[in-house]
Design a binder for this molecule. Structure first.
Ligand code: SF4
Length: 346
C-alpha cells in the first residue's frame, strides 16, 4: 500500500491553503507546462473512442487475473478472489480532498484522493493496515466511482489521486471512461507502491498524467522479509523506467501544480534497509537527474512491527539516518528533492 500522507496530516479548514502558493522551484524553466496548454492525457483517448476500448480490454483481463505481478490467474469476473481479496469491483475505503499530499498536488483546494481497500503487498510495517488488509471498504460500481471523481472535481480539487490502485487498474479505466464522458477534466495521479504489472502500465499509457511510485526496497531478500514480495525490486525498477518513458520528468503549471510526469516517493527506513543509496543512483542514472523525489521521513513502527517481531525496525528514524538519505540523493546527482529536515526524529 502506498504511504497515505506525504507530509502533514490533513489540516483543519482554517489552516488550509486558501490562495495560490508561491511558485515552487519545480515550476521553473523547462519544467513548466503553461496552464492554458495543458489537457489531461485521457481526454484525447476519450475523444477517439480508445478509452472505452481500453476499458473493455482491461475488464476482460479480470477473467484470468494477471493485473499485478502476483499473477494469480483467478477469474475475478466470476467474483473469485486471491492475494488482493478483490473480485469484480473495486472497494473504496474513503475519498476526500486531501491536504497532506505534496504541495504540488494538494495546492490550496486539496488533492482529490480516492483510497482503495486491500493491497497486493504485505508490508509488515503498513501504516494503513485497516485499509490494506482488513476489508473495510465499500464495493463500488464503475458509475459510483465516476461519480466520486466528479464530486471531487466539483469541490475544487486539483487532481484525481488514486491511492493503492495496483489491483484495480481495470476498474479505474472503466470508471474514467464514464467520468470523462460526464465532464471530468482533472489530471489523474496514479499513486502506487510500484508493484504493478507491465500489462497494466501499457493499458494506462496515455491515461495517467502523473505517476507517483513509492520505490520501497532495492534488495530482493529484504523485500521478501518486509513486503512479502521477492520480485518487488525488479518490478519497481522496470516500472519506474516505463512510467518515465510514458510521461517524463515532473512538470508543473505556473502556479506550481503538478501536471505531468513522474514524482517518486521513497520512505527512508531505520538501519538503511530500504537501500536508499542504490535507489537514488538508479533514478539519476536510468531516469534522469531531473527526477523529482520526495525523500519521506515519516516512518514509524506500525502493522506487525513490535517488541517481539521485526524489532530491528521497531523505532523511528534518527535525524542522522534521514540526513544520510538526503545526502545520498544529492550525491547521486538528483536535485529536485523534497527534503523534510529538520525532523521530529531522535
Ligand atoms: S490483482 Fe489481485 S488477483 Fe490479480 S494478480 Fe494481483 S493480487 Fe492476484
Amino acid at each position: 500500500m502506498a504511504v497515505r500522507s506525504a507530509g502533514a496530516e490533513e489540516l483543519p479548514g482554517s489552516l488550509r491553503y486558501n490562495r495560490p502558493m508561491a511558485t515552487l522551484p519545480a515550476a521553473a524553466g523547462t519544467f513548466v507546462i503553461p496552464g492554458d496548454e495543458f489537457e489531461p492525457a485521457y481526454l484525447a483517448l476519450h475523444r477517439s473512442g480508445e478509452l472505452r476500448r481500453r476499458a473493455t480490454e482491461a475488464v476482460e483481463r479480470l477473467r484470468h487475473c494477471l493485473v499485478c505481478p502476483r499473477d494469480c490467474g483467478v477469474d475475478r469476473l466470476a467474483g473469485k478472489t486471491a492475494a488482493c481479496h478483490t473480485g469484480r469491483y473495486a472497494q473504496v475505503s474513503s475519498y476526500f480532498p486531501h491536504f497532506g499530499e505534496e504541495e504540488c498536488l494538494r495546492g490550496w483546494c486539496g488533492s482529490g484522493t480516492i483510497f482503495f481497500s486491500m493491497c497486493n503487498l504485505r508490508c509488515v510495517f503498513c501504516q494503513n493496515y485497516e485499509i490494506s488488509q482488513a476489508k473495510r471498504g465499500q464495493e463500488t460500481s464503475p458509475e459510483r466511482l465516476a461519480a466520486m471523481m466528479l464530486e471531487l472535481q466539483g469541490r475544487g480539487c486539483h487532481n484525481i489521486n488514486f491511492v493503492t490502485p495496483e489491483h484495480v487498474v481495470p476498474e479505474i479505466i472503466e470508471a474514467l471512461a464514464i467520468a470523462a464522458e460526464l465532464g471530468l477534466r482533472l489530471p489523474v495521479v496514479y499513486n502506487t507502491s510500484a508493484y504493478d504489472s507491465m500489462d497494466s502500465l501499457r493499458l494506462l499509457d496515455g491515461i495517467v498524467d502523473i505517476y507517483m511510485p513509492d520505490f520501497k526496497f532495492w534488495d530482493s531478500a529484504l523485500s521478501l522479509q518486509y513486503v512479502k514480495a521477492r520480485d518487488y525490486p525488479e518490478a519497481a525498477r522496470r516500472n519506474v523506467v516505463e512510467m518515465h518513458r510514458q510521461t517524463g520528468v515532473l512538470k508543473c503549471d505556473e502556479q506550481g501544480m503538478a501536471r505531468r510526469g513522474v514524482l517518486v516517493r521513497h520512505l527512508v527506513m531505520p538501519g538503511a534497509i530500504a537501500g536508499t543509496e542504490s535507489i537514488m543512483r538508479f533514478l539519476a542514472e536510468e531516469l534522469s537527474p531531473d527526477t523529482y523525489v520526495n525523500v519521506m521521513a515519516q516512518y514509524y513502527p506500525a502493522g506487525r512491527v513490535s517488541d517481539s517481531q521485526f524489532v530491528e525496525i521497531n523505532r523511528r528514524l534518527t535525524g542522522a539516518e534521514y540526513s544520510a538519505a538526503v545526502e545520498a540523493a544529492r550525491r547521486a546527482g538528483l536535485w529536485r528533492i523534497e527534503d523534510h529536515r529538520p525532523l521530529r526524529v531522535r
